[in-house]
Design a protein around this ligand. Structure first.
Ligand code: COA
Length: 177
């Protein structure tokens, strides 16, 4: 399928994860805010973060989808992850646009900026007609990002891979972004 491309936006570089992102990546995932909103289990430790990072890189090779590491252009700082997520998973409706920022970078519009680049890559290079975001009903900040991408709430239902609460299934269609 090909490797993860590098994309530049006004303020960000979306680039492949590197092995030396691990400390920054785990620091982000280990913040109380990100742990809370992603419902990470206590077992999600530095080793699990590395395996996840490796899986994100590998998904690009296997499927042409995956998440990018987000770097702030003005500083070179790692600020988060975003991209197109499409794992092999029972009850996975299609390619998801996803975003997570280090809390120190919330409130700058970076998730929206990266989300737009991911959305455009999905509708463009990847050639899909529909993109999704799966967002829990109380995650208002993430819903706001989906809205800014032109996505709408299709339905709310419990997904087989997360039984604790229904997910909102947000959808974006090519040509409506
Ligand atoms: C979801 C998440 C990425 C949203 O981050 P965010 O910083 O609120 O979202 P954006 O990057 O789009 O930024 C929007 C905010 O930046 C502000 N902003 C400042 N400068 C801006 C600019 N130049 N352009 C756009 N927005 C700007 C907006 O006004 C908005 O602020 P508000 O929330 O007070 O209205 C973040 O909350 C997060 O990482 N959460 C934990 C992980 C998570 O839940 N992931 C999603 C799972 S479904």
């Amino acid at each position: 399928m090909g490797a993860c491309p590098t994309i530049e936006t006004d303020r960000l570089v979306l680039r492949p994860f590197r092995d030396d992102d691990l400390d920054d990546y785990f620091a982000m995932m280990d913040t109380p805010e990100v742990r809370r909103w992603l419902h990470l289990s206590d077992k999600f430790d530095r080793d699990a973060a590395w395996a996840q990072m490796a899986g994100l890189v590998g998904q690009w090779t296997l499927r042409g989808t995956g998440l990018w590491a987000l770097e702030e252009r003005s500083t070179g700082r790692f600020v988060g992850r975003a991209g197109l997520y499409n794992p092999v998973r029972v009850d996975w409706p299609g390619v998801e646009v996803g975003w997570t920022l280090d809390p120190s970078s919330w409130g700058n519009g970076y998730a929206t900026e990266a989300g737009i680049a991911a959305r455009d890559h999905g509708f463009g290079e990847l050639g899909v007609d529909r993109l999704y975001s799966f967002i829990l009903p109380d995650n208002l900040a993430s819903q706001a990002v989906a809205r800014r991408l032109g996505f709408r709430l299709l339905e709310e239902r419990v997904m087989a891979w997360y039984l604790d609460a229904p997910h909102g299934i947000w959808v974006g269609e090519r040509g409506n972004g």
